[in-house]
Write a protein of this length. Structure first.
Lengths: 421, 421
């Protein structure tokens, strides 16, 4: 289908997201085992808890059914600030207050709003290589040059960050760099978590280049998987290193660990950006659904939310162990992957000669075997500096019925072996 | 506060919305009687109904708490198509199907998405004069030239529409015109409804100029107040005149007449625009909260929604009668207004010498008397062709506690008389 000439440049830049055809494949083949969807675990959804919360929420007071404000429910913003501070071992204060919290339609909307408010077409955002592929769609639509920085199991490669910044400086492009987008916990797609040391170093490196950029170089920290941690210690956020609240935009979601259908996310933003994000949010929808926000605030205040987390985490731990065990059992020895202690994904890397892309033999054979995965190349930004790696796959243990995980991996392992691995 | 130089042009074009300072005034003076807010009626919010619906929704099936799709819940899209067709006395068919329905975060998000997908900075949208002031904020942010067409009690002035189009054609600007934005039912701010004859004529006039424009000239029909009709017959939509589904984007909301806190709106879109709006929606938030959509679908399917409408409408009729009676009793005879049979607003016009603007004596005296209204000049697009009229005010009978409506109008009437009217 051709793109009409009268559309905006934003619309003409945009293409159908990968998720569209992945979903279409799923719908066309209902018996497919999908290891592709980033869906969350249906088996631990808190149906009874939500029902009870709604009853309590509406018992004496219908105002949760009334409009809220653009920035979000005041109680939820306050609880969010307290929660982020408690997780990070920092204290609210003059520089970091509930007014710096903006409630959004999932954390995805915060990614869009921040990008829209900071970037014109032609501006640059540094992204992890690989990165969250839906964010690459935002960059495409807004005309942002998403410039990849190599990803390692403990976060972006600092030498590549340094080199990339220097290259931008040398070519006179540093003024167009607006921020770095980092998915710092159990990253989508790799499952890797950025170490605290790398967070500190990355901020320092960015600071060093600010004079040459002529403006602050922000970090957008996407912590959307932080609370899906089922083992090991938590890592403090980049926000915890930004005591003056002037460089790090921190985003997270309440509903990925609780009930994705309720869709309440938030950003904790550097003070100078708050009003601009709010203006944009006002134009987009003048505020997220008040009902959902009041519901989440009540879930937090009542303890229901925190009591749910360990159940959800235990569910993911079981699914992850099932998938990890199946990978060891059925995947050929040439496939390599990291263990993960949170999130939704494994990211097996195959020998460089393998092609997992959607137009390659492995993907086709997997479909024929009734298994769907996310081809890894979708998660790499286009770049003139390297070809997109085509030898990875994103496998989700989040939404697949747990009984199908082993069967799906077994079939996929057989496909890989049949393709000569 | 100055605007940082590193923001995007979108952010630098944007200003704080009027609603921000109106809300701030309300918060600063909690005893203020606000006739300004476009809030809906707290007294008829369906708290018990929503509680029961949630119980039913989650009883045997938790999937309402799982992610949905970008376009929206399939059942809700189907019910929406059927409902719009039934209201308009038309039939679904090959040209108009559930796939043309997109569910959004209130109808506001549809306004933003459509504008973003069709317009670059410098493009033109024709708007009613006066129009919905939040839409003017979208135009400001996107750099759209919102060009006013005179509004009359039965819809836009066709002679002015014709003249405006001819002027754009003569000046070579017609190629930059993308669509006409019409609030066709109980318009915000005037309360006026566009007649069916005017809808037909407006479409014909637009068609006439398409060859010169070089592309389709769309209409964005905002029917957000259609179901807040408490007397008189319904009017078929512009969509009913677009049998081929190729020119009219129709938007409405389920939650303004039901529970604004749940915030579910939709668009019924010309086929060629659907995929582009969906791509943009995918980037914004990859779908509205599934829980809210499933809740509204159940409210529709079960009849709860339709049983609520007459209660809600009766509530607004009482409020409207209270405000209308008070206006007659307390406002000076020089003030003129139209009766309305739906929506939330009266729009009194004062003699041309009066200044209702936020920096004028009347607004200040009203605040001193403890009453807030929306200054009418906020609802007029900036234009070199006429000064903004400053002699109107938007008075809402929607959200004010009904006991305060008469008191508010009485005080406002006294202010007008004290200012020499």
């Amino acid at each position: 289908m051709s793109t009409p000439h009268y559309l905006s440049s934003l619309a003409r830049r945009s293409s159908d997201p990968a998720i569209s055809w992945l979903m279409k494949l799923t719908l066309d083949q209902p018996h497919l085992i999908s290891l592709a969807a980033g869906f969350t675990d249906n088996e631990t959804l808190p149906a009874a808890e939500v029902g009870a919360l709604v009853g309590e929420l509406l018992r004496d007071d219908a105002t949760a059914l009334q409009y809220g404000s653009t920035a979000g429910d005041p109680e939820l913003r306050k609880l969010t600030l307290d929660r982020v501070c408690a997780q990070d071992g920092i204290a609210p204060g003059a520089a970091l207050a509930a007014d710096d919290v903006v409630v959004t339609n999932g954390s995805q909307q915060l990614l869009y709003l921040l990008s829209e408010v900071l970037c014109d077409a032609g501006d640059i955002v540094l992204v992890e290589d690989p990165t969250y592929f839906v964010y690459l769609g935002i960059c495409e639509a807004l005309g942002i040059d998403a410039t990849p920085v190599r990803m390692e199991p403990d976060g972006i490669a600092l030498d590549d960050l340094q080199r990339t910044l220097q290259r931008l400086k040398d070519s006179g492009a540093l003024g167009r760099l607006k921020f770095v987008y980092l998915v710092t916990y159990f990253q989508n797609p790799t499952g890797w978590t950025t170490s605290f040391e790398k967070k500190r170093e990355a901020l320092a490196i960015l600071r060093h280049y600010e004079a040459a950029a002529g403006h602050p170089l922000f970090v957008l920290e996407d912590a959307g998987y932080r609370d899906l941690r089922f083992a090991g210690p938590d890592t403090p956020s980049l926000k915890s290193l930004d005591a003056a609240n002037e460089r790090v935009a921190y985003s997270n979601t309440y509903t990925k660990p609780f009930a994705t259908g309720i869709k309440v996310g938030y950003g904790v933003l550097p003070r100078p950006l708050v009003r601009h994000v709010l203006r944009s949010k006002g134009n987009h929808d003048f505020g997220s659904a008040n009902f959902n926000q009041r519901l989440i605030a009540l879930a937090l205040r009542s303890g229901v939310y925190d009591r749910h987390l360990p159940k959800m985490q235990a569910g993911y731990r079981r699914r992850k162990e099932r998938m990890g065990g199946a990978l060891t059992k059925y995947f050929p020895p040439a496939a390599k992957w990291q263990e993960t202690s949170g999130g939704l994904y494994f990211w097996p890397e195959l020998p460089a000669s393998c092609n997992t892309s959607h137009d390659g033999a492995i993907f086709r054979a997997a479909l024929d075997a009734g298994v769907l995965y996310v081809p890894g190349d979708l998660c790499f930004a286009p770049s003139p500096l390297r070809p997109k790696p085509k030898n990875c796959m994103r496998l989700s243990f989040g939404g697949t019925p747990s009984a199908q995980i082993e069967e799906g991996i077994q079939r996929l392992g057989a496909v890989l072996r049949s393709q000569g691995m």
